[in-house]
Design a binder for this molecule. Structure first.
Ligand SMILES: C[S@@+](CC[C@H](N)C(=O)[O-])C[C@H]1O[C@@H](n2cnc3c(N)ncnc32)[C@H](O)[C@@H]1O
Length: 317
């Protein structure tokens, strides 16, 4: 029987642990990876189509314009391993341009789109081996291919790298090195530093989709962990952190209140926030430093016409 797109390695249930620890800290924080349940993933796809959210348009334009350069960079017959694959829309663009790609391994902590994305891609590229992995990509794990299967290229678009702090980014880049091997290559998309107004609008759109995406995390806690958050008593905020060069998403408490989750209580003061995501913005130099910290070197740097977004081709070393 062909199990070509059976999902391997189910995610360990660590949501409760992360929520209880994050809300017990002096500065309340929740890891952004939990934003992507079924509704969160659908809302994120809606965000990618918003006028204010230039990131997806800019990255997609690079992938289209540089399709041949990308195919030259990735050797023929390669296996593409994608970190944080989501709906895999950009993946199809890349796979369509590659020369005889052999395999595709989408990795995502959210099972929502993983099965759908894998099926769609397997149907469109019938000769491709598709092996989805449901996993936190910061965990240590193996991918189901070895050196003898041919060249491997990592693909990490969507500026998801910017959601990781320096230590997490180093962990992931190092793990990518192990997955992809000494001859491995990686293609990583990151958002570039620009005027703060443009950045903040991308994370606080006029239609309120990003606000719904952020507040959905509280709904997820209510639904999955029996929490009693009153959503109308919190509001979404996007803030620029000049030191981190990051847009931060917060959920701001609108009053003094007490919330119960899994039988534990958490007190919020008026204006106190839960920090739910940081989206770090890079220059070519700061990204190069980050890549080096994880054992990689920038071999190719591509940008869109407006120089909003950067796509980098990395080799080991
Ligand atoms: C910003 S979206 C990008 C989606 C898609 N790659 C794109 O470019 O539009 C981030 C994706 O990474 C996944 N993700 C975030 N943190 C993760 C983690 N620690 N481990 C695995 N997947 C993660 C999310 O579930 C989501 O699908």
């Amino acid at each position: 029987m062909d199990h070509a797109h059976d999902i391997i390695h189910p995610v360990e249930d660590s949501f409760a642990r992360d929520v209880l620890a994050g809300l017990s800290a002096d500065v309340k924080t929740l890891p952004s990876r939990w934003l992507y349940d079924e509704r969160g993933s659908a809302l994120f796809e809606e965000i990618t189509r918003l006028d204010e959210y230039y990131l997806t348009r800019a990255e997609t334009s690079i992938l289209r314009e540089r399709q041949n350069d990308i195919a030259d960079f990735v050797e023929s017959g390669a296996i593409l391993i994608e970190y944080g694959a989501g709906a895999g829309v950009k993946t199809e663009l890349v796979l369509a341009g590659l020369r005889e790609p052999r395999g595709y391994v989408p990795i995502d902590i959210a099972d929502t789109f993983l099965a759908e994305t894998s099926k769609r891609i397997a149907l469109r590229f019938p000769s491709l081996w598709v092996r989805p992995i449901e996993r936190n990509f910061l965990d240590v794990f193996k991918v189901p291919f070895d050196e003898s299967d041919g060249g491997r290229t990592g693909f990490f678009p969507g500026s998801t790298m910017g959601n990781l702090n320096a230590s997490e980014a180093k962990t992931l880049l190092t793990q990518m090195g192990q997955h992809l091997g000494d001859d491995g290559r990686a293609i990583i998309g990151v958002d570039l530093q620009k005027n703060v107004g443009t950045l903040l609008r991308a994370y606080d759109d006029s239609a309120g989709v990003t606000a719904a995406f952020n507040l959905n995390l509280l709904e997820r806690i209510n639904a999955e962990l029996g929490g009693d958050f009153r959503l109308e008593q919190f509001e979404h905020a996007a803030r620029w952190n000049e030191i981190e060069k990051a847009v931060e998403m917060h959920l701001v408490s609108l009053c003094d209140q007490r919330v119960t989750i899994c039988g534990r209580t958490f007190d919020f003061r008026t204006s106190e926030t839960i920090h739910t995501e940081s989206s770090r913005k890079y220059t070519a130099e700061s990204f190069e430093r980050l890549a080096r910290s994880g054992g990689w070197r920038v071999a190719e740097a591509w940008q869109d016409a407006d120089r909003l977004f950067g796509l980098f081709g990395l080799i080991r070393g």
